[in-house]
Design a protein around this ligand. Structure first.
Ligand SMILES: NC(=O)c1ccc[n+]([C@@H]2O[C@H](COP(=O)([O-])OP(=O)(O)OC[C@H]3O[C@@H](n4cnc5c(N)ncnc54)[C@H](O)[C@@H]3O)[C@@H](O)[C@H]2O)c1
Length: 392
């Protein structure tokens, strides 16, 4: 487990996933009975931090030597939660070492490199998976159920709001790492969020065919973890329209410079001919056509109708566990008993492609179409050329 001292590595992957699975006696296999226990080794740069973490959680193994850990056949899976910039080099090493690999997104900083990693992993025959955590959120699982039940009729559009105020770091410390706000360090909200939007959209509504994005750096100077002012060179807000295969239009705002006036930090409204839904991380409200009010526009009269009251809370009807853990279990079953793997490096590469297309759209002020991406088909250079050529 490389990068366990980080925000995601520690909380979501180590504590909420791997240690939680260990506490349950291991990952439950497809037969519903057998459990396979996990033995983690923590990898990082700081001996002190690793020793502290290992002691705190009763973990036997840790090392600052990634190469040695990769060369040791006891460790079968390489897991990567490093800063984005450091990821591709580490993934290359893990592929060369023949390890199964599970990684945070984005898999690389450029589409070309992300696709190359997918190819290398495929050629080496190593199992590979990329975090798609948002799909495992209770709210999105409930949305999936609504779609599968035919609730929406024909889905017309999706509107999403993601974001909250990330403090500048001057009079209150920022609540996200400073590298996120420096383009040269792999930061930026498009690079961070579009990989998520790609898998959310393609798995629920249809492949993303094109994007128009406007990216901005609203706060040009921030203060880092050491109290030093730095130039925020990366985009901290992005306003985008995505056209999806099948005709659905999605508009998603992503912002670290907005104040929350919603029920949750991310919310999607889906409108269909037969009904609409608003889902967040946990919640899911629906309004079927039969319960739709008939508003009449009248600027002369204050409208006393309680629109929020028209929505019905959709029940969970089952337990939802932490999404990172749920996906870890799926990947572990893939490694152990060859269970299906839904989200591989190629899916990760499509996410990086959307981020790249979003940045290009912003730079060139135009809508950018996305090519189909397959390991064998649209090649790195070819796909990039196609991407560059569209609309030019
Ligand atoms: N799935 C999600 O919802 C989600 C959310 C946030 C971040 N992420 C992704 O997770 C990754 C980590 O983000 P984070 O917020 O945890 O960052 P972080 O800064 O908290 O942690 C980064 C980790 O990488 C290590 N690191 C930093 N520079 C390094 C280098 N040059 N070489 C080796 N190790 C280095 C740090 O020591 C730390 O362990 C990013 O790729 C980010 O895109 C995913």
């Amino acid at each position: 487990m490389n990068g366990v001292s980080g925000r995601m590595g520690y909380r979501q992957h180590l504590v909420r996933s791997i240690l939680a699975i260990r506490e349950e006696g291991g990952v439950l296999l497809g037969d519903g009975e057998t459990r396979v226990q996990l033995e983690p080794i923590l990898v990082g740069r700081s001996e002190k931090k690793l020793a502290e973490l290992a002691a705190k959680h009763g973990i036997e193994h840790w090392t600052t030597n990634l190469d040695e850990a990769l060369a040791d056949p006891r460790w079968e899976i390489y897991a990567d939660f490093l800063v984005t910039k450091a990821r591709a080099a580490a993934l290359r090493k893990a592929i060369a070492a023949g390890k199964a690999i599970y990684t945070e997104k984005p898999t690389a900083e450029s589409f070309e490199e992300a696709l190359e990693l997918a190819r290398l992993a495929d050629a080496a025959g190593v199992k590979n998976g990329v975090v798609h955590d948002k799909l495992y959120l209770p709210g999105l699982e409930k949305l999936r159920r609504l779609i599968d039940s035919g609730f929406f009729g024909r889905i017309l559009s999706v509107r999403g709001e993601f974001g909250y105020w990330v403090f500048e770091g001057d009079w209150q410390p920022a609540q996200r790492p400073s590298w996120n706000y420096r383009a040269e360090d792999g930061g930026g909200i498009i690079v961070d969020m579009f990989p998520h939007w790609n898998y959310v959209l393609e798995n629920l509504f249809g492949r993303v065919e094109s994007v128009y994005a406007k990216a901005v750096t609203e706060i040009p100077e921030r203060v880092d973890e050491q109290g030093r002012a730095y130039a925020a060179t990366a985009d901290d807000a992005a306003y985008a329209i995505f056209e999806l295969e099948g005709g659905v239009t999605a508009q998603l705002n992503s912002s670290w410079t907005t104040r929350v006036n919603r029920d949750e930090l991310v919310e999607f409204q889906v409108d269909g001919t037969h009904g609409s839904a608003v889902v967040g991380l946990f919640g899911c409200k629906i309004q079927p056509r039969n319960a739709t009010p008939k508003p009449v526009w009248n600027p002369d009269l204050a409208d006393a109708h309680d629109y929020a009251g028209d929505w019905i809370e959709s029940p969970g009807n089952r337990e939802f566990q932490n999404g990172f853990k749920a996906q870890w279990e799926e990947f572990l079953r893939h490694v152990i008993e060859d269970a299906p793997n839904r989200f591989d490096f190629l899916a990760g590469a499509r996410g990086v492609l959307l981020a790249e297309a979003g940045l290009r759209s912003n730079a060139e002020g135009r809508r950018v179409e996305l090519p189909h991406v397959t390991i064998a088909g649209a090649g790195g250079a070819e796909a990039s050329a196609e991407l560059a050529g569209v609309g030019a």
